[in-house]
Design a protein around this ligand. Sequence first.
Ligand code: ADP
Length: 473
Amino acid sequence: MGRVLSVASECVPFIKTGGLADVVGALPAALAGQGWEMRVLLPAYRRLRPLLDEMVEVLHEPGLFGGVGRVFSGRQAGVDLLLLDAPHLFDRDGGPYNGPGGDWWDNPQRFAALSWVAARIAREGLADWQPDVLHAHDWQAGLAPAYLRYQGAGGVGSVLTIHNIAFQGWAPASLLAELRLPAAEFHPGALEYYGGLSSLKAGLVTADRITTVSPTYAEELLRPAFGMGLEGVIAARGGDVTGILNGVDTQAWNPEAETHRYSARDRSGKAAARGALCAEFGVDVPGPLAIVVSRLTDQKGIDLLPSVIPDFVAGGGGLCILGSGDPALEAAMRDLAKAHPGRVALRLGYDEGLSHRMFAGADAVLVPSRFEPCGLTQMYGLRYGTLPVVAATGGLADTVIGASPATLAAGVATGVVFHPTDSIALGQALRKLLALYAEPEVWARMMANAMAHPVGWEASAAAYAKLYAEVAK
Ligand code: ADP
């Protein structure tokens, strides 16, 4: 059995601000089934420090960027957890990355400390545990492969996964020595990034292999529009870069476990779920009932909805929106709902329970993103037979088979895919959705296809296991 040290700034159920936490939290159980034992190293943020009482100290680092660091080990919530306790860096009120006044001023040092300790554990091992592979996630762990590389990897392989390339861990060049990085590596081919430092770039140039969260996004990252300044760095790694799709938690997202149960074999409960959803939102929709469950941001293409939904409503469709975000988009959604009472309805806020009822009750889920590294809601849609209408980008393109004469004839379509992300293409996609809904047999076949599409972690875990085996030396 191989061993992996996974290092990240977030992990469900301990600390979460985004999808990174879901992936880091899901991997240990998924990898165990593939013969890989994974331990997860996180900072002991203030709210995690009570856990230390039930864990044992396994490593002491006296000079850790201005104070003492101690690593504690123990099994917590089903995860083999390692917590880095460094009160001078992590014992604070506020979020993992920012306090009341914005980003923590010492974020470069805080996450350098996490990465430093990760590299030390990888290289030296703990008393009872020596990893074969270091798996670093996003910029917060980007320096871990760099430290490992520059200090001698001792036979341990490294993988860096990009979940969100928009955050690159920038720091001024003046911190080079303080961050314990070699001056000789401060050049464009290695650590230098637009005159400063980027811990994500450092990881990208030093990790043995790089992954991102879908195959299409791995290709898109080579283009300036998606690579956000790092496209050249990624291109230079050539075949070392691969895309591995995220999975979803198929126990948590299970139509057989919802209030109005249904399954792929017996979908009769979905009609009851639809009725309940319409009642909850106060809508009455003769045609397809679509949902949006999303951050309301430009990335998600929410700004396109006001120009296409009036036609969709005129064609018999309806829309229930759950989300929060950009105030201008919240206002636009409010106006949209007001203009179409009984057909379009809005709930502002974050509500996991409601999102379950929406996936269970709706006919379709709209995901018109401009970019989407992986995306989860289209996969919930597949699982619930709630047909995804998605832009052909990133993980959306990799998970949904768009309806076309060929895919319908072959009986494999699972949704509607459109390109590019603009109101013309989205409008056409919604007209296609109306037409498909008008043919109950076609629609039923697509629902069955969608629900049969595997969205769990099995395939992804096998891909990570294969990658680990390749980099373990
Ligand atoms: P991103 O991480 O870019 O926001 P993803 O599709 O990868 O997009 O993940 C978003 C997750 O957050 C999904 O699980 C989605 O259901 C959930 N979500 C987004 N907005 C809301 C909301 N307002 N209420 C409940 N869940 C939400």
